[in-house]
Design a protein around this ligand. Sequence first.
Ligand code: FAD
Length: 371
Amino acid sequence: MQLSELKNLKIAVVGAGYGGAAAAKALSLLGADVNVYEQASRIGEVGAGIGLRPSTMNRFREWGIFDEIAKVSSPSEYFEILTPTGEPIMKEEWPASGEQTHTHLIHRGDFIDALLGVLPEDMVHLGHKLEKIQDKGGSSVLTFANGVSVEADLVVGGDGIKSVVRRELFDDRGPVFSGEHAYRTVISTDDAYGMVVDDNLRMYIGRGTKIYLLPLRHRDQVSFDITALCPDSTWAPEVTKDDLLATVEGFDERLVNITRDLDMDTVNVRAVYDIDPVGIWHTDSVVLVGDAAHSMLHHQGQGANSAIEDAGALADALREADSVKEALALFQATRKPVTDALQRISRQGWTEEEIHEVFPGQKPAAAATKE
Ligand SMILES: Cc1cc2nc3c(=O)[nH]c(=O)nc-3n(C[C@H](O)[C@H](O)[C@H](O)COP(=O)(O)OP(=O)(O)OC[C@H]3O[C@@H](n4cnc5c(N)ncnc54)[C@H](O)[C@@H]3O)c2cc1C
C-alpha cells in the first residue's frame, strides 16, 4: 500500500500483550494511526522467564528497539535436554537468523514493560474490555464494557487464548486442556544449589514432568518452571508444596531442594491450554494475531515468539499488498502454515522420534549409545 494510504489507516489493536504491543509498534512505524485497547487497568505479567529467538530479536532490530530488549535480557547460545538426574539427552544451538545467533532470555514482566515502553503513552487505553465487534466490511465497530465504542479500518485481535474477537467472528470453540499444569516462579541464582552454570536454558525431563531452568543473569535470578501431568483442568488450580514435591520425585536432589525451598506465594499455578487450529484468521478488516490466532502449548517456547513474528509479518503484508483486504490474506498465507506446524509439534512430547521431528538431524545421546 502507498505511504499516503497507510497514513490514513485507522487501526484498533485489542489486547496489550506481546502480540498486541508488537503489532502496535510495527504498524505505527508504517505511519498508521494506531490505538491499543486493553481490558486490564494495569499491566502485569507472570513471574517467569522466556526465550526470545534470534528471528524475534531481528524484528526488534528492524523496529529500532533491539537495545531496549537486550538491556533487560541475557544472550544464550544453546538449549539442552537432560534426564531427571542430569545425563545429557541432546543439546542444540538456537537456530540462527542472519547474524543473530543468540536467543535472549528475559523475565516476562521486563519484556512487556520494554515493549509497551517504546509506544507513546496515549496509544494504549487501559480498562477497555472488548465485549462486541461488528464487522461492516471495510471497517469494524468495537464496543467495550465501559460504554466506549470505536470504529476502525483495521482491527487487530491480539486478545489472547480466550479471544473475544475470535469467538465473535471466527471460531467459538474454546481452549483445549492439555492434561498438564505449569508451576512457574523466579528465584535468586544463589538459591539454585549451583545448578546455574552458564547462560543456557536447560530442561530436565522424566516421568511426565519437565523442569526448566532459564537463567536471567542480568537479574542474578533463574526462572524455575515445572510442567507436570495433572488431570485437574481448573484454570488456576490450587496446589500445595507437597503436590509440587510429588511431581519432582526422583529428580536430581538439588532440583528437589529448590522445589522444597519455594515460597508458594510466588509460584504461578496454571492449567495448560492451547486451541485447535483456526481455519480462517481474517475478514476484510479484522485479523487475529498471537494466541488469539494460534495459542500453542509452551513445550517449544514459541508462543510469544510467534506473536512477535505475526506483528512483523502483518506490517510486511500491509506494505506489500494493494489493499487491507489483500494484505490480510497475504498475512494468513505467510504465517498460518508455520503456526499450524508449531501448534502440532508443541502438542507432542519429547520421545526420541519426536525430538527428531523438532530438531531434524539431531541424535538424542541415549539413542546414539545404543547403536
Ligand atoms: C506455562 C507457559 C509457558 C510459556 N513459555 C513460553 C516461552 O518460553 N516462550 C514463548 O515464546 N512463549 C511461551 N508461552 C506462550 C506465551 O506466553 C503466549 O504465547 C503469549 O503470551 C501470547 O501473547 P499474546 O499477546 O498473543 O496473548 P496474551 O499474552 O494472552 O495477551 C492478550 C492480552 O489481551 C488482553 N485481553 C484479553 N481479552 C480482552 C478483551 N476482551 N478486551 C481487551 N483486552 C483483552 C489481555 O488482558 C492481555 O493483556 C508460554 C505460555 C505458558 C502458559
